[in-house]
Design a protein around this ligand. Structure first.
Ligand code: GLP
Length: 245
């Protein structure tokens, strides 16, 4: 769906998420959300906060799993995705603290394998993700599944592409050397198992990747292209991001 601007697009996505949360609540069920960081989802989160404050949308029945976290990364560091999620959403709504999960960027490397298995097992024990929100990297990554990631890839520690680290330098004081070389990411297979996937992209810098993801061949060279094989996926873009379609 192509929107005139990111604000209208974000309102529509936030409404879909709110409707899902409310319908699950009316059935007495938990709503299992897969959440993303990056600049693209910020407007969706601010709309959800508005709906919480003005319309009484409750997050008490939400359990959320974030896609990824840099490694290594302290939880309270400026660039941590823990901090991002608290500032952009969690601290402003009534989601219980024990209901949100974000990969730990501060555990010893030897514990990452076990951690990733338990992260996936927790999602599975809740019946899988009801909804996965995604952004898209400049190289087509989803979460931190960089080009080369297979469709059946599991949650794991990933080496970041040079281009991904360069894109992140501004967040790290403009110093490439300060950008972590690795990240823990939910695997492509868990993303593909979500019952619904919505990918957001704004601006002309995303237009080539969006065209490739939607119209190109399905290939590990562009992990977002795997979504062509998902049965319930929506790409939500603004006109600039749609300009190469
Ligand atoms: C990071 C995140 C991705 C996100 C991407 C795009 O790499 N790990 O999940 O989709 O950035 O970010 P932005 O939305 O700021 O363009």
């Amino acid at each position: 769906r192509i929107f005139l601007d990111p604000k209208d697009a974000s309102k529509s996505v936030a409404k879909e998420i709110a409707d899902l949360i409310r319908s699950k609540a009316s059935e007495g069920k938990m709503c299992v959300l897969g959440l993303a960081t990056g600049s693209s989802p910020k407007t969706v989160y601010s709309e959800l906060i508005r709906m919480h404050k003005e319309e009484g949308l409750s997050f008490k029945n939400v359990i959320s799993f974030n896609l990824d976290e840099y490694y290594p990364m302290e939880q309270d560091a400026l660039q941590s995705y823990w901090r991002f999620m608290r500032e952009q959403l969690f601290d402003h709504v009534d989601i219980p603290k024990e209901n949100y999960f974000i990969p730990f960027g501060d555990i010893p490397q030897s514990e990452i394998g076990e951690f990733c298995k338990s992260y996936e097992a927790k999602i599975d024990s809740l019946g899988g993700l009801d909804f996965q929100l995604l952004g898209i990297g400049g190289n087509g990554h989803i979460g931190f599944n960089e080009p080369g990631s297979l469709i059946n890839s599991r949650t794991r520690l990933m080496m970041l592409d040079h281009s991904t680290r360069v894109a992140a330098t501004m967040d790290f004081g403009g110093e490439l050397i300060k950008v972590p070389k690795k990240a823990i990411t939910l695997g492509v297979s868990k993303i593909m198992q979500a019952k619904r996937v919505v990918l957001l992209a704004w601006g002309e810098r995303k237009s080539q990747m969006i065209a490739d993801a939607v119209e190109g061949s399905v290939s590990e060279h562009n992990p977002s292209s795997y979504l062509q094989t998902h049965s319930n996926v929506l790409f939500v873009v603004d006109q600039a991001a749609a300009s190469d379609l």
